[in-house]
Write a protein that binds this ligand. Structure first.
Ligand code: SI3
Length: 289
């Protein structure tokens, strides 16, 4: 379960329906071209919080059908409706997903006991493992070293997707829990996280930049920091361009230049203007050759 995991996009048509052919192409592109170690399905990048339970199940199904056992698959099942989270956890486990993940419950200001109960309820309902999805900037949920430790007391909770620019906490976590899996979640900070000996990374931009992400990660593991820094610099030039132009929309548009029918993003995400489409195509021409 270590290595480079793409936070998989989902292809939608103009009506917001799953574009199955495009989704299958996305899976193939990540496996065959980007050569990543695994896929993180129905995360933020998959627009998970904008889609129905039935669509989430269908996406889990299509991705597993297309990927088979070629790469590791992590199913993000977190939801504010805990019954839905449990239902999805069972569904993905039955499909053969290698591990589950769940975003920390957000919107209502849940206290830590409630967060802990959420994770234990989900993971104790299935025969699978759980990776905590911590992304404080979007959820408002910050957890301390001790609180991560309390969650890790459940042996089925095997790691965390750490999407925060807090390298002090990341180092403390690495030191305190060497046996747990820690994935870096911010692609623009991959090298800094890799230097702290994380086990892998999960990222949206790996849909188009997976090869560079692997190089950064492996060079850092080999101690070749100067070389890794140069690739992180190019990567961050690309990420800056993507973020300034519209994150998921731009990645989809870049994928289209590679022959992947990545479709559009679901409302209320807006579609790119013609000018923004041109920017995405220019980014692809510059960075994907
Ligand atoms: O759940 C997911 O789709 C992710 O893995 C999210 C991942 O952490 C991305 N975060 C978001 C909010 O999209 C990053 O890969 C992020 O897009 C990238 O670092 C650019 O900021």
């Amino acid at each position: 379960m270590k290595g480079i995991f793409t936070a998989l996009m989902c292809a939608f048509d103009e009506q917001g329906n799953i574009h199955e052919k495009g989704l299958r192409q996305l899976v193939r592109h990540n496996i065959d071209v980007s050569k990543v170690d695994g896929l993180y399905v129905n995360g933020s990048t998959g627009e998970n919080f904008l889609i129905s339970t039935e669509d989430k199940k269908r996406i889990f199904e299509i991705v597993k059908d297309e990927a088979g056992d070629q790469v590791k698959l992590i199913a993000q099942v977190g939801a504010l409706n805990i019954d839905e989270a449990v239902e999805l956890a069972k569904y993905a486990t039955d499909l053969g997903y290698d591990s589950l993940s769940a975003v920390t419950p957000f919107y209502y200001k849940f206290d830590f006991e409630e967060v802990k109960d959420y994770y234990n309820t989900i993971i104790n309902s299935v025969d699978n493992t759980m990776i905590i999805y911590s992304i404080p900037a979007l959820t408002g949920v910050n957890m301390s070293l001790e609180q991560f430790g309390e969650l890790f007391e459940n042996e089925k909770i095997i790691g965390v997707k750490f999407t925060a620019p807090d390298f002090y906490l990341l180092e403390r976590l690495r030191h305190a829990y060497p046996e747990k899996l820690i994935y870096s979640g911010f692609d623009e900070m991959l090298l800094s996280a890799a230097v702290l000996n994380v086990d892998g990374a999960i990222g949206s931009t790996f849909n188009v930049n997976g090869a560079r992400a692997r190089s950064i990660f492996e060079l850092a593991q080999e101690g070749k920091i100067e070389e890794a820094r140069e690739i992180q610099k190019v990567t961050n030039d690309l990420i800056s361009g993507i973020l300034a132009n519209g994150l998921y929309q731009t990645i989809k548009e870049m994928l289209k230049t590679q022959g992947v029918e990545a479709g559009v993003c679901r409302k209320p995400m807006k579609q790119l203007s013609a000018d923004n489409v041109k920017v995405a195509q220019d980014l692809a021409a510059t960075f994907l050759t």
